[in-house]
Design a protein around this ligand. Structure first.
Ligand code: PLP
Length: 422
């Protein structure tokens, strides 16, 4: 009987290497059990949210949870201010708005990152200029940034991708003397260290995401900006709340007759509703207490996986620069294209063995229609283009055990040995 639809291409395998057929070709899977989930929220997260719900004070404007979370997150980083936001994307947007990024300005963004590192630039009416990335750290290349700076460059977004810090000193050395701001996108890098210092604290502003699978979450969505700059913090607080100003300061900018300390309903500039809820903040406070423990577990898992993957030829585990302590939001490996293995086939075959794996940002930002079709593709970024066809993601979150990681290695070993080796 003819097949009802076209079958997926069957991967070649070498029966001399292993007796088991690849699962993608109908063989037995390396692993049948589900992988441990992340996040792992517990009774204390649930209780914290329930307390807020019972209090009826659900918002930043009415309850105290958001302010408490901001204080705790700022203290964990040793900075003066944390301004909570509804997401990492709105945090980055508010950061650019607070710096006054606008039409006519250029903002340098890595070509290999999540889309939200770049779209806030467009939302401000400015132009994203894509810089290439370093082929070892996968973070923005200072040499490429240097070649992209023009008199219109207003800011550089330093993305600490996957949990690996970007080379902040090199970027600040380029930016500082030219009056360019460095904004750290630490959405994936809570607790990562650059020369011993927590990321997010070296640039003028550091932005974080607390989305569901991040290193810590604020109940699914959430973000924040940290800074030591009092004026910027005040502007960020205003921007996230409709541009509403406190009733204080310059009398010409005060609402008519409003007494000091009262809500003003007086809007000093164009703002947004980018506020975090009390439920988000309550979860974030519980999660923050576990952050050090989570980071230790991720680093322990990553070290184990790197050691085990080192037994296999051809897979390149994550590189860690001398200046860095990685926080391993994702564990990114490279399958060099010179091996003749197709990354899509490889990822599909490993996934079929029952372990989570996915390609890492297979379309560089300059090739994304949202930029390309507006003529914003810019100059070539050959490293970002190469990496898009070579990187894949494995998971090392805290609930993963060494036995789980052994299955990951077994699946990769099986696919590596049998795929295309005839
Ligand atoms: C590098 C990077 N920047 C920004 C964001 C945006 O964060 P959010 O999803 O919380 O809006 C993310 C989220 O995944 C990210 O990975």
């Amino acid at each position: 009987m003819p097949p009802l639809c076209a079958a997926a291409p069957v991967l070649r395998y070498n029966p001399r290497v292993s007796s088991e057929q690849l699962a993608v070709n109908g063989g037995p899977k390396v692993r049948e059990r589900a992988f441990p989930p992340w996040p792992a929220l517990g009774d204390d997260d649930v209780a914290a949210v329930a307390d807020v719900l019972r209090s009826g004070k659900l918002t930043q404007l009415t309850g105290g949870a958001v302010a408490a979370f901001e204080e705790a997150f700022a203290a964990w980083h040793g900075v003066r201010h944390c301004v909570a936001a509804s997401s990492g994307t709105t945090a980055i947007h508010a950061a650019l708005a607070a710096l006054g990024v606008g039409p006519g300005d250029e903002v340098i963004v890595p070509a290999h990152t999540f889309i939200a590192s770049a779209t806030p630039v467009l939302h401000q009416g400015a132009t994203p200029v894509f810089a290439d990335v370093d082929e070892r750290t996968y973070c923005v290349s200072p040499a490429s940034v240097a070649g992209r700076i023009t008199p219109r460059t207003k800011a550089i977004i330093a993305v600490h991708l996957n949990g690996h810090p970007a080379d902040l000193d090199a970027l600040i050395a380029l930016a500082g003397p030219r009056g360019i701001d460095v904004v750290e996108d630490a959405a994936q890098a809570h607790g990562a260290l650059y020369k011993g210092r927590k990321v997010g604290t070296a640039g003028r502003l550091g932005c974080f995401s607390f989305w569901e699978d991040k290193i810590i979450t604020t109940g699914g969505e959430g973000g924040c900006v940290i800074t030591d700059d009092d004026a910027l913090a005040e502007r960020l607080r205003r921007l996230r709340h409709h541009g509403e100003g406190p009733v204080q300061g310059d009398p010409s900018r005060r609402p008519f007759g409003a007494p000091q300390g009262e809500r003003s309903y007086f809007h000093l500039e164009l703002g947004y509703n980018y506020r975090m809820t009390s439920m988000q903040a309550a979860t974030g406070l519980v999660q923050l207490r576990r952050l050090d423990e989570y980071l230790q577990a991720r680093r322990r898992n990553a070290a184990y996986l790197s050691e085990r993957l080192g037994e296999l030829d051809a897979i390149e585990p994550p590189f860690v620069a001398d200046y860095a302590v990685h926080s391993y939001y994702k564990y990114i490996c490279r399958l060099p294209s010179g091996l003749g293995l197709d990354i899509a086939d490889f990822v599909r075959a490993v996934a079929a063995e029952g372990v989570p794996i996915s390609r890492r940002y297979p379309t560089p930002l300059p090739q994304q229609p949202v930029f390309r079709e507006s003529g914003l593709g810019g100059d070539p970024c050959p490293s970002a283009e190469r990496l898009a066809g070579e990187l894949f993601t494995l998971l090392v979150h805290p609930t993963v055990t060494t036995a789980d990681l052994d299955d990951v290695v077994a699946a990769i070993r099986k696919v590596r040995q049998r795929m295309g080796s005839e």
